[in-house]
Design a binder for this molecule. Structure first.
Ligand SMILES: [Zn+2]
Ligand SMILES: [Zn+2]
Length: 202
């Protein structure tokens, strides 16, 4: 939905994003593009799908080439060198959260801005660099990183649904028990009596 989307990078005023069509291997999608800074906004999964259609023939990792591309990426302008914002808001209407800056594929050195719900923003020129990195074998690095991240999510206690504590009347196990000492003393005395009786009856 491009309805109401404005460029998250450009300011004064930020121009509305236009749309460009992409062929994702037989499936047509539209992505948002800023006519001023050439930034692009991909919905979740679309960037990877697009890169894949460009470089589906990649069969192995060309490490020297990946290193060269990483060097090129290091020389690209960074947001702090550009006009506009550094941390940018998600352009999805109604979202607007400050997007995370992530090293794409953990290894590319290309910092992309991403909203976990709505997608990934690439600044002008980044798609070309990313496609080169992907083609040189970065796709395998990226996929390995995705598998690792999925494993971490599965291990993380955050993925376990949290119990609604109102169902058990709050957190009763944190309330001090007024009868606790009496109970414990009675229990221990009872146990001692039983043990002593057992000792003599043997
Ligand atoms: Zn822009
Ligand atoms: Zn968002």
């Amino acid at each position: 939905m491009a309805e109401g989307m404005n460029c998250p990078r450009c300011l004064d005023p930020s121009p509305p994003l236009g749309r460009v069509g992409l062929d994702l291997g037989g499936k047509d999608v539209e992505i948002e593009r800023c006519g001023r800074c050439q930034g692009l906004f991909f919905n979740p999964g679309e960037l990877e799908a697009f890169l894949e259609t460009q470089v589906a023939s990649t069969l192995w990792t060309d490490f020297p080439r990946m290193d060269l591309i990483k060097e090129e990426i290091q020389k690209m302008p960074r947001p702090e060198d550009m006009e506009g914002r550094f941390y940018i808001p998600c352009p999805q209407p109604g979202c607007g959260v400050s997007m995370n800056r992530k090293n794409f594929g953990r290894e590319s050195g290309l910092m992309v801005d991403s909203c976990m719900h709505h997608g990934t923003w690439l600044d002008g020129g980044e798609l070309r660099a990313l496609a080169g990195w992907w083609h040189a074998g970065g796709k395998f690095v990226h996929q390995a990183a995705e598998v690792k991240a999925a494993e971490r999510r599965m291990e993380s206690p955050r993925t376990i649904p949290r119990m609604d504590l109102s169902e058990v009347g709050g957190r009763p196990w944190l309330e001090p028990s007024p009868r606790r000492d009496v109970f414990d003393t009675a229990y221990v005395l009872g146990w001692l009596a039983h043990a002593v009786a057992g000792f003599f009856s043997d």
